[in-house]
Design a protein around this ligand. Structure first.
Ligand code: SF4
Length: 183
């Protein structure tokens, strides 16, 4: 009986933690592409994302969510990786715009990323070119559902498969010179 009680208590505690996490998402928005223009209306009074617990963060170390807002140049990818690795666990990535999924209208460009998930783990993609604020909010709601159901596992996937990610990252970033990821 005692063990059952402990398990129940742990489950309740874990659910409370997930509820707290999903209700307070601090976002660092990396405005890589044109989709960044949809962030101000999403965060301000018209769509008011803060009513869902979503708000901006000034630095990666205080952020829970890294929001990549569109096409990503190889040169910028290096900064995005560095930003992601500076964030503390638990951390999540939302990639927004078709460019992060398949390169979008830059699909044959020599210097943009075609699939962001090869380089950093993406928890939620929001498709569209560019996605409207309603879609952005829907993407956050999807992330909140994943957090609540303990399925937002991107950061764990990154740790487990770091060698695979590094290999992909180093294939396209030639002047690597990055500090080692300090867990
Ligand atoms: S998906 Fe469209 S709006 Fe978004 S970065 Fe690409 S071209 Fe720009």
């Amino acid at each position: 009986m005692e063990i059952t009680y402990d398990k129940n208590a742990q489950e309740i505690l874990s659910t409370i933690k997930s509820f707290a996490r999903k209700s307070s998402l601090w976002v660092i928005a990396y405005g890589t592409g044109c989709g960044a223009i949809e962030i101000p209306p999403t965060m301000t009074s018209r769509y008011d994302a803060e009513r869902f617990g979503i708000r901006g963060s000034a630095t990666p170390r205080q952020a829970d969510v890294l929001l990549i807002t569109g096409y990503l140049a190889v040169k910028t990818l290096k900064r995005v990786i560095r930003t992601y690795e500076q964030m503390q666990d638990p951390k999540y990535v939302i990639a927004f715009g078709s460019c992060t999924i398949n390169g979008g209208m830059y699909w044959d460009s020599y210097n943009t990323i075609k699939l962001l998930d090869k380089y950093i783990p993406v928890d939620v993609y929001i498709n569209g070119c560019m996605p409207r604020p309603e879609a952005v909010i829907q993407g956050f709601i999807k992330l909140q559902e994943l957090i609540m159901n303990k399925k937002a596992e991107g950061a764990a996937k990154y740790k487990e498969n770091l060698e695979w990610y590094r290999e992909n990252q180093r294939k396209i970033i030639h002047n690597w010179r990055m500090p080692e990821y300090n867990w």
